[in-house]
Design a protein around this ligand. Structure first.
Ligand code: TYM
Length: 333
């Protein structure tokens, strides 16, 4: 029955602290869409090592991310949760796709440019070819839909271009994946520097709300969040700080922006921030409780990952066999 639904695929890099930006830009939609799609959710550990990681921490973080996916509403009975490195075909397909990807295309990727500035001492080839691995994650499962935040749009366009290029060069093989980018929540901004996106791997933890932050940490971070000069609680392009906080309030309470602005008309920033802090605390409480249960149950997590890897391996092998045949590799007898 699973196979009849269109395929949905997405993933998150296990780097830093999974944050409310990742939830609103990605996980929230994964949860909502998983009922109508045959869904695969990846923890992309191979992408993560393009930036230096502590191996022991990476291992722990991968499991913690799986537990957080489930705590945020991904149901392993409905969807596959897969560790990228458990399915070798991602890297194998990447090699084939590398051969139809132009250096110029990769050089234009804004994330590569940003990361090259941020990690100046470690501009490695993996950082450069990272979008090809991402294309491979998507195409190996013949994904129809890819729900992501706005920052991944350019990478998705490349995945579509590569699928189209391969199909033209070798005959129809890959589904062209469609992006799914939410209208609001696709770009949650940093709390201290609201002209930058909130990033889970930011070294300044005051810039982000982590899914697992304690209530007091959340209250403190929101209290300290940068608001702009002025006093009105209203969304305006010239006031990214307060606009971001209003967006957060609106998304987490599912109230329209108008309604939130009306609710806080005439109130002070401090009143609004205190309420927003409580909204976030209440929103994350059940997620954190569920996480605390799941993370202790290693056997359950292993079972989820084994099931995910076995099923994903089977599907990925099917695509890779086809691809190898099309490019002219002799099949192994
Ligand atoms: P990553 O790990 O940086 O982010 C994971 C997801 O969260 C979204 N996101 C945000 N959404 C709203 N506001 C923010 N501030 C914010 N920050 C991050 C991202 O858009 C993303 O959807 N390359 C990808 C991971 C990846 C992938 C894939 C995604 C690897 N293979 C295949 C989709 C399909 C990345 O680094 O996302």
């Amino acid at each position: 029955m699973l196979d009849k639904k269109p395929v949905l695929l997405s993933g998150i890099q296990p780097s830093g602290h999974l944050c409310i930006g990742n939830y609103l830009g990605a996980l929230k939609n994964w949860k909502a869409l998983q009922n109508s799609y045959d869904s695969i959710f990846l923890v992309v550990d191979m992408h993560a090592i393009t930036v230096k990681q502590n191996p022991a921490e990476l291992r722990q973080r991968c499991l913690a991310y799986v537990a957080q996916y489930i705590a945020c509403g991904i149901d392993p009975e409905k969807s596959l949760i897969v560790i990228q490195s458990h399915v070798p075909q991602h890297a194998e397909l990447m090699w084939v796709l590398n051969s139809i990807t132009y250096m110029g295309e990769l050089g234009r990727m804004t994330q590569f440019k940003d990361k090259s500035k941020k990690y100046e001492a470690n501009i490695n080839a993996g950082l450069f070819t990272y979008p090809v691995l991402m294309a491979s994650d998507i195409l190996i499962y013949q994904a129809d839909l890819v729900p992501v935040g706005a920052d991944q749009k350019q990478h998705l366009e490349l995945a579509r271009d590569l699928a189209g290029r391969f199909n033209t060069q070798y005959s129809d093989t890959f589904v062209l994946p469609e992006p799914y980018i939410p209208k609001t929540g696709a770009r949650i901004m940093s709390l201290q520097e609201p002209d930058k996106k909130m990033s889970k791997s930011d070294i300044n933890l005051n810039n982000l709300i982590a899914i697992l932050d304690s209530p007091n940490t959340i209250r403190k971070k929101i209290k300290r969040a940068v608001t702009d000069s002025g006093s009105e609680i209203k969304i305006e392009e010239s006031r990214p700080g307060i606009s971001n906080l209003i967006t957060l309030y609106s998304l987490l309470t599912e109230k329209s922006i108008d309604k939130v602005e009306n609710q806080f008309e005439g109130k002070m920033y401090s009143d609004f921030k205190a309420e927003l802090g409580e909204v976030i605390v209440d929103f994350l409480k059940p997620i954190q409780e569920k996480y605390n249960d799941i993370i202790q149950d290693k056997k359950y997590l292993e079972d989820v990952l084994k099931n995910g890897a076995d099923e994903a391996y089977y599907r990925a092998r099917k695509t890779l066999t086809k691809v190898y045949r099309k490019v002219g590799f002799i099949s192994k007898k």
